[in-house]
Design a protein around this ligand. Structure first.
Ligand code: SIN
Length: 486
């Protein structure tokens, strides 16, 4: 299956969407996009830079006056239309995603549902950005609190979830009355451009949602430096998040940063082992382990350590690695050569620090970017996989003795995005809920994302929340108004 199987070829856009129209930019400056499974070039997108970003900012600012002034209900209808368009074109969007990102087609379908759920959710939330009336401290004044859209927003999103990371931000921003300039990853721009085509079809006015493809640093820096861009929302690495924060200080931008994780996955002696194995597989191997929230370190208590390893390894052996377009494939390719080299480095490091390689640990067919699902036991606390975000299909397993030790190790990294724990003891569950340092915690559950929940981290995993009733507030300013003369 390839691009010619799209039901609607017009969703495969090789132009960017800015200044209110589709534009191919300079025909001599293009970025090619490849399929990580076959390494075939799928197409090319404009390599835009500072000039086009400045134009997009002007357009976005102009569009903001009208968009922010519309009744919330009117914005809601258009955002909802966008969600409906996504649902209607689910198969095409999923195919595009698998072709450019590599994830299994069923996962892509799931991501399209996930992505459209944010549009649906925030279309509803648009109507609920209530302010307050506060009893005044004086007889002659009235006090109101208004929630107002922050303005033009730049959203910078990664390649691992090419659609949902965009809608999770854009839906909230648009619902609040902001306008959006989206810079997708240069590795997966086609999903973003298809979203823009559907936004246009849904009636989202010109300039309200623009997509710039091209030189990531140049576009991002122009957005960050510009005083008319009032907010940056970024999903990506902690390293880049810190650079964005530093650079944003010049204009004191509002920021949401959803950064790297290093999720501990704790399994206690009293856990339901079957459920724990199922949750482990889901959490670890979704998107070939390329998610910020996926299990990074398995911490398993000594009483069930051997049994867990044996059941988990059995389940890993059932996983089918291959081209995501093929039926029954669970694990697709990694995104690029650098990602595979990183896996090799992690495996080498584990071996040299005394761990045991139980399964996988190497590249496999059917292509250059496939890495076999890997299980490593007896990892030491100082091995790389325990300290760094792996972002690939490697499961390092560490043995612990006591609850205190588990909590201490779980909290021993600078990251604090997601964490998971399996136990049937409600007192332990309560303790973990309070003591694990993370923005999100799955108890007896390995898959915790949805549009209703506040997604985000603590510590060096960033700040700000996406999705849920909290997500829209990232795009609203609180204004206190004191009305005198009564
Ligand atoms: C991410 O990996 O950044 C997002 C994962 C999710 O939303 O579940």
């Amino acid at each position: 299956m390839s691009l010619e199987f799209l039901h609607r070829q017009e969703l495969f856009k090789q132009e960017a969407y800015w200044r209110g129209s589709w534009n191919e930019g300079n025909p001599d400056l293009k970025i090619q996009v490849q399929n990580p499974a076959s390494l075939e070039v799928l197409g090319a997108v404009p390599a835009l830079g500072q000039k086009e970003t400045l134009e997009a900012i002007d357009t976005s600012k102009e569009a903001f006056s009208d968009w922010s002034a519309r009744p919330a209900k009117e914005r809601a209808v258009l955002i909802r239309n966008w969600a409906d368009k996504m649902k209607k074109n689910r198969e095409d969007l999923a195919l595009l995603m698998t072709l450019e990102q590599g994830k299994p087609l069923n996962e892509s379908r799931g991501e399209i549902d996930y992505a459209s759920s944010f549009l649906e959710w925030f279309a509803e939330e648009a109507k609920r950005t209530y302010g307050d009336i506060i009893p005044s401290h004086r007889k002659d004044t009235k006090i109101e609190v208004l929630k107002l859209p922050v303005g033009v927003c730049g959203i910078l999103t990664p390649w691992n979830f090419p659609s949902s990371m965009i809608t999770r931000k854009a839906a909230a921003a648009l619902a609040a009355g902001c306008t959006v300039i989206s810079k997708p990853s240069e590795l997966t721009p086609f999903s973003a451009l298809a979203l823009a085509a559907l936004a246009q079809e849904a009636g989202i006015p010109e300039g309200v949602f623009q997509v710039l493809t091209g030189y990531p640093e140049e576009i991002a820096n122009t957005l960050i430096d510009h005083p008319d861009v009032k907010k940056i929302s970024f999903t990506g690495s902690t390293r880049v998040g810190k650079l964005i924060m530093e650079r944003s200080s010049k204009t004191l931008k509002r920021l949401s940063l959803e950064l790297g994780g290093n999720a501990p996955f704790l399994i206690f002696d009293d856990a339901d082992l079957e459920a724990a194995v199922k949750g482990s597989i889901l959490s670890k191997f979704r998107n070939s382990g390329q998610t910020c929230v996926c299990a990074n370190r398995f911490l398993v208590q000594k009483g069930i350590y051997n049994e867990f390893i044996s059941l988990f390894s059995e389940a890993v052996l059932q996983l089918k690695t291959g081209n995501g377009l093929e039926k029954d494939v669970n694990v697709g390719p990694l995104i690029n050569e650098a990602a595979v080299l990183k896996m090799e480095h992690h495996v080498e490091n584990a071996k040299t620090t005394g761990a045991k390689l139980l399964l996988g640990g190497k590249r496999i067919e059917p292509g250059k970017l496939f890495f076999s699902p890997t299980v490593i036991s007896d990892v030491s606390e100082d091995s790389l996989s325990m300290r760094e975000e792996i972002f690939g299909p490697i499961a390092p397993i560490y043995r612990f003795d006591s609850v205190e030790e588990a909590i201490q190790i779980a909290n021993s990294t600078p990251s604090g995005l997601a964490a998971y724990a399996y136990s049937t003891d409600y007192k332990k569950i309560r303790l973990l809920s309070e003591r694990i340092e993370s923005g999100m915690l799955g108890i007896n559950e390995g898959l915790i994302s949805s549009e209703q929940v506040p997604f985000g981290g603590v510590k060096e995993s960033g700040f700000g929340r996406e999705g849920s009733k909290y997500g829209i507030h990232e795009y609203l300013n609180v204004k206190y108004v004191c009305i005198g003369g009564f």
